[in-house]
Design a protein around this ligand. Structure first.
Ligand SMILES: *Cc1c(COP(=O)(O)O)cnc(C)c1O
Length: 402
């Protein structure tokens, strides 16, 4: 029996040029983003300018984490204590956490079998709660029909905030994910598409929102030293009315991000090559169902999701366990207890009474998720997919003969 023995959490090393640049920053001693010489543009400001260009957004702000990016974006977009914020129920813990941190309350919206936001439930919940904000996570890289989302937001006067933690570099009909709402958030935490250990990015085309975000991030009155900030007069109206929440990125992390950004599109091609190998093998496996993606979506295959269906749900733990024994690490969103990153909405008890979301629970009950690190070769991806397919077929067979 084939076994696999590489780590599912091992990322690639930081490119040599990034290591070199990081050492130069360390030797300079000027790690704080505002600790610059006259006329010097620090690494953080340069990264902001370069990311704004990559994203095709006017303004860009680098912060300490994706979760901080969400909090700052919510505040900068106008969310106040007591407000309701619509959010798809299939997301990662930093999303409800950010809504909670700004004193607002999430209104969780159902997802469908395809892991996308259920448009009917979104409309219904927007109507019944009067919520004026939607924090949309493009969870695990799945992009909803963005025309429909934007049309609904326009119709109901909802401000859209995009969580692009899994869609950095992805597109919907040729437009980059993150350019559909009022503001977008990205993460550069180790498991995302750029790796600085921790880090986050905010982009927007709205000058006032950008100015508020920059002051919120802890700019003191040094906002002129930013790389992709609005003109100085955008700050005049807000600078004395906006708190400093200290969440700045530093030059060390910006230095390694700059080098990785140059190669991001190439990395996306490498991810997708690997993703397609796994997907094609699993598409033809008994017991497994692949959800076909919209042709309008250009995704980044840094992880894969599929439904296991050829056998009863109570056999899924055995299936996961048998894959694990052969070295293949799958996450199952149907588990009763949250494991590592696999949090489900019913594990966020601090939110108070949780809504009933039967569609979401049904979709997640058969959902498996697997990371596809770039340290896997194409051959590795074939091996991993073979193991999953064999174990699923084995469960399906013993279920049918039981
Ligand atoms: C990773 C992630 C974030 C941000 O996480 P940080 O760890 O704070 O950078 C936000 N949303 C989703 C869906 C994520 O996966």
């Amino acid at each position: 029996m084939k076994r696999f023995n590489k780590s599912f959490t091992q990322q690639e090393p930081i490119p040599q040029r990034g290591v070199h640049r990081a050492v130069q920053v360390l030797q300079s001693g000027r790690l704080h983003r505002y600790n610059t010489e006259p006329n010097e543009q620090g690494e953080t400001a340069l990264f902001e300018a370069e990311y704004a260009q990559y994203q095709e957004a006017r303004y860009c702000l680098a912060v300490t984490s994706g979760g901080q990016a969400l909090q700052i974006a919510l505040r900068a977009a106008g969310v106040c204590s007591g407000d309701r914020v619509l959010a798809n129920a299939y997301t990662l813990a930093p999303v409800p956490g950010a809504i909670y941190a700004v004193g607002a309350a999430p209104v969780l919206v159902e997802i469908g079998d395809d892991w996308l936001t259920d448009m009917d439930d979104l409309r219904e919940k927007a109507r019944t709660t009067g919520a004026r904000y939607l924090l949309l996570s493009h969870m695990r890289g799945h992009l909803a029909d963005m025309e429909s989302i934007c049309a609904l937001c326009r119709e109901l006067g909802i401000v859209l905030i995009e969580d692009c933690a899994h869609t950095m570099g992805a597109q919907w009909r040729g437009e980059k994910s993150g350019n559909f709402g009022a503001v977008a958030c990205f993460s550069t935490q180790t498991y995302k598409h750029l790796n600085s250990g921790e880090g986050g990015i905010i982009t927007t085309n709205d000058a006032e929102l950008a100015a508020r975000a920059i002051v919120l991030s802890g700019s003191y009155m040094l906002y002129e030293r930013h790389g992709a900030a609005p003109p100085v007069d955008a700050f005049e109206a807000i600078r004395l009315d906006t708190p400093n929440c200290s969440a700045r990125l530093d030059n060390l992390r910006a230095a390694i991000l700059r080098v990785q950004l140059l190669n991001l599109d190439r990395q996306i091609e490498r991810w997708n090559l690997r993703y397609q190998i796994v997907e094609n093998r699993l598409r033809n496996s008994s017991g497994i169902r692949i959800v076909e993606r919209s042709l309008d979506e250009s995704y980044v295959g840094s992880s894969i999701q599929f439904h296991v269906e050829g056998f009863p749900v109570d056999r899924i733990p055995d299936f996961i366990g048998n894959c694990q024994k052969r070295g293949v690490e799958l996450k199952w969103f149907g588990a009763d207890k949250p494991v590592a990153f696999t949090s489900r909405y019913d594990s966020w008890r601090y939110l108070g009474a949780l809504p009933e979301l039967p569609k979401t629970l049904k979709a997640l009950s058969t959902t498996c998720d697997m990371r596809i690190p770039l340290t896997f070769s194409e051959e590795d991806c074939g091996t991993v997919a073979d193991i999953i397919a064999e174990e699923a077929a084995c469960q399906a067979q013993s279920a049918s003969s039981a």
